[in-house]
Structure formats: structure tokens, C-alpha cells
Design a binder for this molecule. Structure first.
Ligand code: PLP
Length: 184
């Protein structure tokens, strides 16, 4: 979204505030890196003159039930985008739904039951179904193919690699980019 605004600052854009909450276990290096990345993105995007008030990122510090009680009823859109087959259930998805947020998500975990209960027409479903994920894994899955074919994805990953969001320590997010390129 940031790159789209930067490339075309006068194009229409529905204003958004993106919130991310979560905690990382002490030894979970990649989760810590992702939180760091989100905070660095926030620093860059929230202070960008072309972006202005149209896009804001907020990391919810110390996310816990007390904060969830405020944030969940206030949310307009709930993103539940795990790869099909990876989420056991999810409860946050149901809390958002019950409090009136729209859901964009994959058919995974409790999203499946939510879609059954409320009707698929009331949910924004996208992504591979479980059997399609399994089929892709059986074939040769090469994440780098998507990087080659999708210009926006390529730009985003290049920015992770070249230190756009961490000029003070340029290699910091390279492992996230490599994980996405060669593994996930
Ligand atoms: C519901 C809840 C969770 C679990 O969220 P999921 O999206 O199901 O992983 C975690 N933390 C808090 C504070 C919650 O209220």
C-alpha cells in the first residue's frame, strides 16, 4: 500500500489504519524480527509526506485482553490470513466477527465454520484451499517464482533486502526476505 501511494500519490486511496498486536517468546527470533520490521515500517510510513493521513501503522504494545476489549469492537476489518491447514482454530477471528468487523481470510481454522454460519457471501475469502495447498506442496513449490512474476512483491522483498526500512543497520531484514523467497 505504501509503495502504491508513493508510485502514484494522486490516485484515490481509501484511508487505512493498520494495527498489529502480538508478543514473541524470548527465543523466537523471527517473531521478534517481524515486530521490529512492523515498527520500522510504521516509523517510515507514518512520517511520509506523500502518504499524509491516508495510511497509518500502529503496533499495539503489550497486547492483552484489556487492550483487545477496546480494539476488537473498534475494528472495521479483521485479517485472518493463515495458510490453509496451519491454524488450529483461532479465536480472535470469532471475536472480531461477533463485534461486527468484516473478515478477509483464508478457509483455515475457525474461518471455515464462520463462513458456514454466516454465509460465504458475508466474508471476503481468498487464497488456496487445503487440498490446493497440499497439491502445491506435492508439486515443486518454489516461492521465488512468485517473486519473479509479481512486480509489487518483488519490490517489497527488495526493500527488505536493501535496507530501505532500516538504514541504520542495512542487513537487518534480509533473513525475513530470504525466508519468504526460499522457504515460505
Ligand atoms: C483472542 C486473543 C488472542 C488469540 O488470538 P488469535 O487470533 O486466535 O490467535 C490472543 N491474545 C488476546 C489478548 C486475545 O484476546
Amino acid at each position: 500500500m505504501f509503495n502504491r501511494i508513493k508510485h502514484n500519490p494522486d490516485a484515490p486511496f481509501t484511508p487505512r489504519t493498520v494495527m498489529l498486536g502480538g508478543k514473541a517468546a524470548p527465543g523466537y527470533h523471527m517473531a521478534k524480527k517481524i515486530i521490529k520490521l512492523f515498527n520500522n515500517l510504521a516509523r517510515k510510513i507514518n512520517n511520509d509526506i506523500d502518504v499524509g493521513e491516508r495510511l497509518k501503522l500502529v503496533f499495539l504494545e503489550n497486547y492483552r485482553v484489556t487492550l483487545a476489549e477496546i480494539v476488537i469492537p473498534a475494528a472495521d476489518l479483521s485479517e485472518q490470513i493463515s495458510t490453509a491447514g496451519t491454524e488450529a482454530s483461532g479465536t480472535g477471528n470469532m471475536k472480531f466477527k461477533l463485534n461486527g468487523a468484516l473478515t478477509i481470510g483464508t478457509l483455515d481454522g475457525a474461518n471455515v465454520e464462520m463462513a458456514e454460519e454466516m454465509g460465504k457471501e458475508n466474508m471476503f475469502i481468498f487464497g488456496l484451499k487445503l487440498h490446493e495447498v497440499e497439491e502445491l506442496r506435492r508439486q515443486e513449490y518454489n516461492p521465488a517464482d512468485y517473486y519473479m512474476c509479481n512486480e509489487e512483491l518483488r519490490e517489497a522483498l527488495e526493500q527488505l533486502k536493501n535496507g530501505t526500512f532500516c538504514p541504520e543497520s542495512p542487513g537487518l531484514f534480509e533473513d525475513i526476505a530470504n525466508d519468504l523467497m526460499y522457504h515460505d
